[in-house]
Design a protein around this ligand. Structure first.
Ligand SMILES: [Fe+2]
Ligand SMILES: [Fe+2]
Length: 182
C-alpha cells in the first residue's frame, strides 16, 4: 500500500464523522438539537483523528517532503492546504467554547455551534476533495519510490504511537449515532 492510499483511506473515515456532524447541525435547524455530548464527542474526534493524526501526517511528513521538490513549485498548494487545516482548528475551537452556553439553551450559542459546525463540514469536505482530486495525484507523480517508502516508514512509526486511534474513532462514532437516535 502507498502512503497516499493511507491518507485517502483516512479521508473516508473523516467523511463519516462529517456526515454525522452535518446531521447534528441539521437537527438544530429542525428544532431537535442534539445533546451537548454529541458535539463534544464530535469535536474530540475531529481533533484527535482528523487533526492530530491525519493533518499531522500531511503537514509534518508529506508537506515537508514535497516542499523540497521542484524548487518550490508546489508551495502554493501546500500553503493553501496548511491554511485550511488551521481554519478547521479555529472552527472546532469556536464550537467547543460555545458548548456550555449551548447546553444552557442560549440562543446565540446555539447559532454559533450551528454556524461553526456547518462551516467546518463544508471546509473540510472541499479540502478533502481537493486533496483527493488535485493535490495527492500531483504528489504521487512528484514522489520517488524512495520518498514513498520514507513516508510509509514515518506513518508506521506514528501509528505505533497512536495504536488506538481507529478504535477510539469507531467508539466515538457509535456514541454519536446513538445520541441522534435518542
Ligand atoms: Fe489536509
Ligand atoms: Fe487530508
Amino acid at each position: 500500500m502507498h502512503a497516499i492510499e493511507i491518507l485517502m483511506g483516512e479521508h473516508k473515515r473523516i467523511a463519516e464523522l462529517l456526515t454525522l456532524l452535518n446531521t447534528g447541525a441539521e437537527r438544530i435547524v429542525a428544532n431537535r438539537p442534539p445533546p451537548r455530548a454529541f458535539f463534544e464527542v464530535g469535536v474530540q474526534l475531529a481533533r484527535q483523528y482528523a487533526d492530530q493524526a491525519h493533518h499531522f501526517k500531511e503537514e509534518y511528513v508529506l508537506f515537508g517532503l514535497l516542499a523540497q521538490k521542484h524548487h518550490g513549485e508546489l508551495d502554493g498548494h501546500i500553503e493553501r492546504h496548511r491554511n485550511q487545516h488551521e481554519q478547521c482548528r479555529d472552527l472546532l475551537n469556536a464550537t467547543s467554547s460555545a458548548l456550555s452556553a449551548y447546553e444552557a439553551n442560549k440562543e446565540e450559542a446555539i447559532k454559533i455551534v450551528h454556524r461553526n459546525i456547518t462551516e467546518y463540514v463544508r471546509t473540510l469536505r472541499s479540502h478533502i476533495r481537493s486533496e483527493n482530486e488535485v493535490f495527492f495525484p500531483l504528489a504521487q507523480t512528484t514522489l520517488s519510490q524512495a520518498d514513498q517508502d520514507q513516508l510509509m516508514e514515518e506513518y508506521r512509526r506514528f501509528e505505533a504511537k497512536h495504536a488506538d486511534s481507529e478504535k477510539n474513532l469507531n467508539e466515538g462514532l457509535a456514541q454519536m449515532r446513538s445520541m441522534l437516535e435518542g
